[in-house]
Design a binder for this molecule. Sequence first.
Ligand code: S3P
Length: 423
Amino acid sequence: MTTPIEIRVPGDKSLSHRALIFAALANGKSRIRDILLSADVHSTASVLRALGVAVPVLGADIAIESKGARAFARPSSDLDCGNSGTTTRLLAGIAAGCAFRSRFIGDASLSRRPMRRVARPLIAMGARVEIEAGDGLPMVIHGGALRSISWTSETASAQIKSAILLAGIVGGVDVQITEPSRSRDHTERMLRALGARVEVDGTRVHVPATGALHPLDMSVPADPSSAAFLIALAVLSSQTSIVVPNVCLNPTRTGFFEVLRRMGASVQTVPGAEQGGEPTGSVEGAPSELRGVIVGEAEVPSMIDELPLLACVGACARGTTEIRGAAELRVKESDRIATVVSNLRAIGAVAEERIDGLVVAGTRGPLRGTVRTEGDHRIAMAFGVLGGLPGNEIEIDDPACVAVSYPAFWDDIGRATRAMAGR
Ligand code: S3P
């Protein structure tokens, strides 16, 4: 057996946003190491700065001194969230509890994404929220005194859940939220690590009114959603294994690795130390013969960002792969059902849209053609993995859009494919 190629991937995006937000909400000096340096995380940093928080230039080891919710001040300009839904929705929760007006704006893709899902519970808590047109940005929030809430969400969304939890923290009120199924629980874990009481009962989360939060001291583990691309490459290759160390292995995030195993893939995890209340470990993927799989609604939240990649993996498996109960994909950075299916067809695979998912048939033939990303980072990277396999020739129209979550993606995929070919 040959030694696997080791590739480190950058810090987790969800944790990086939250680390900055919780450092701003805490009382005292927080320290964050290994934060993801990507466009989305820079959006959160710059919106926090516009809200009066002293966030330094982001780097490998940063300190943020804050005085809790009192740190937030009326912004003198619009809050530009760029391409980042997490920045917008989480910081909307904070703005709801602050007695001033905030106006959220974003790029063309973010401006089309649904915001009423987060506005509705914030309005029920007492904030005034105006959505200027349709359901997207710009969104104006007039925050102030909030009341407690018990909210049932129609969608399993960590962004909605986190907005409500953060509004409760800033407003000093008790909040409860029930979701149709469990979304990623980083906010709950970080709240607990900073001294708040968090009660979880199935899909219901309850956070009673809480006092000051302790400062955060955290090293951000690697992003499982970024590791997923390299693990998929190893599994689909016929050459050699890839190991990604120090990955966040929170069970609300690892659905993709489990589904790969169900397809017959060799994916091994070795547990490491806990970091900031998050389990971590290394993940190793090895060349495997894959069969098609059905992914149903219950599994969708734990792999929501990996579904485009799963469809691309399905194009190389024996039999068909079907994704069901994933209508949420239509309101991501692009309509990911339409974007994935049209691009799979453009490179020669057979795929079909469903209202809430898609079906793709596996093929052994080479995949060739041009992919139109619609500016969506995860589309570029999912098809980038297929492009890294010998025999395929795939051109990506906008490779630079990976900067949103994984700026070094093309370097890392290139390094992996060269190392594989050299063996
Ligand atoms: C995220 C939650 C998910 C995910 C997004 C990051 C988060 O969105 O798709 O990339 O950090 O809370 P939804 O809450 O809309 O499912």
